[in-house]
Design a protein around this ligand. Structure first.
Ligand code: KG4
Ligand code: ZN
Length: 335
């Protein structure tokens, strides 16, 4: 069965075609980053309007790239939540309309399940069971994954998400939006030891996280630098490197703790922060002596995309966990 998937939960419009037997056939993505940049963050109203503009051309492109006709599609999938309500409604409405017009099932997918299973689009594909470190702009969670739909929450952030910590710290340093990629680029030319920053909850004994204190610590350093004449280029790079090191240290330490606690040897890293090269390098190095292995989604599929939504739906169909009744419409996941 070929599934056409739509993602529109935030500032990326993603469309993809995934075959339950052959995997990803084609995907197309439009990111609104440039549009939101001048506001320093996502403007929900603008996001919704842009999804409307992009979704049909992207769908055409996917069908063309995959050599598909509309009649080849067997089911439609869409991000049902969580996300910006108006933005979600664009993808949900287009998907449900497409499904209704062709009498196909419409499968609502939880955005985080999309991220969670996205490393399975990479080669090699991790087998179940695995520990998943889900690190996006809105979530930071450690989960035990025993199969499709079999997820156990092991720990999560008590306040800010890891991506939020990157974004907010970057903003304090006067870097652009989104802050994560900008901060990590600048960190490349910085000395992570010049500024000492806290590693919140590193020794808390559980698998939870907290990042709001880190943001406050960054603010204190920025204010001190401003009082002393301003944050020069090198100091900004050093502070970026220190911030990145602090976030990555905590994420890596807790992920390793989760592997030890569960006795599992596979760690899957998903979500936008999974694109961070220091996190990837640190985990790769730390897992080797434990005879464990980290799996990451292809870089282009770390941030939001339609491929992960179509793929999660395909996995649900294969596991018998999707409702395939074309008349059973519903906005199944609360946004
Ligand atoms: O998964 P995602 O695209 O959207 C959500 O569902 O939230 O994640 C976006 C987050 C943003 O906070 C962004 O700054 C962060 O991922 N991010 C990064 C990197 N690339 C994206 N953070 C650190 N290093 C990166 N290279
Ligand atoms: Zn996401």
């Amino acid at each position: 069965m070929i599934i056409l998937g739509f993602e529109s939960s935030c500032d990326e419009t993603g469309v993809a075609a995934v075959c339950t037997e052959r995997g990803l056939l084609a995907h197309a993505l439009h990111t609104q980053i440039a549009m939101h940049q001048e506001y320093g963050g996502v403007v929900p109203e603008l996001a919704s309007r842009d999804h409307i503009r992009r979704v049909v051309p992207l769908t055409r492109q996917v069908l063309e790239d995959a050599g598909l006709q509309m009649s080849d599609i067997g089911a439609v999938a869409y991000t049902a939540g969580p996300g910006l309500a108006g933005a979600l409604l664009v993808g949900a409405s287009v998907a449900q309309s497409f499904a209704w017009s062709r009498h196909l099932p419409a499968i609502g997918i939880h955005h985080l399940e999309g991220h969670l299973l996205s490393p399975m689009l990479a080669d090699p594909r991790p087998d179940f069971p695995f520990v998943a470190l889900l690190v996006s702009g809105g979530h930071t969670q450690l989960m035990r994954v025993d199969g499709v739909g079999r997820y156990e929450l092991l720990g999560e952030t008590l306040d800010d998400a890891a991506g939020e910590a990157f974004d907010k710290s970057a903003k304090l340093m006067g870097l652009g939006y989104p802050g994560g990629p900008a901060l990590s680029r600048l960190a490349g030319s910085g000395d992570p030891t010049r500024f000492e920053l806290p590693r919140p909850m590193l020794h808390s004994g559980d698998l939870d996280f907290s990042f709001s204190g880190l943001k406050t610590a960054v603010l204190t350093r920025v204010k001190a630098a401003e009082a002393a004449g301003g944050l020069d280029e090198q100091a900004r790079a050093d502070l970026a490197a220190a911030t990145q090191a602090a976030i990555v240290d905590v994420l890596a330490a807790k992920a390793i703790k989760a592997l030890k606690q569960t006795g599992l040897k596979r760690l899957v890293v998903a979500g936008g922060v999974g694109a961070n090269q220091l996190l990837r390098a640190k985990l790769d190095a730390a897992l080797k002596p434990l005879k464990a292995r980290a799996y990451f989604p292809p870089l282009e599929l770390c941030t939001d995309n339609g491929a992960m939504i179509a793929f999660a739906a395909a996995e649900r169909v294969k596991a018998g966990l999707a409702t395939l009744d074309p008349d059973a419409h519903g906005f199944t996941v609360k946004p």
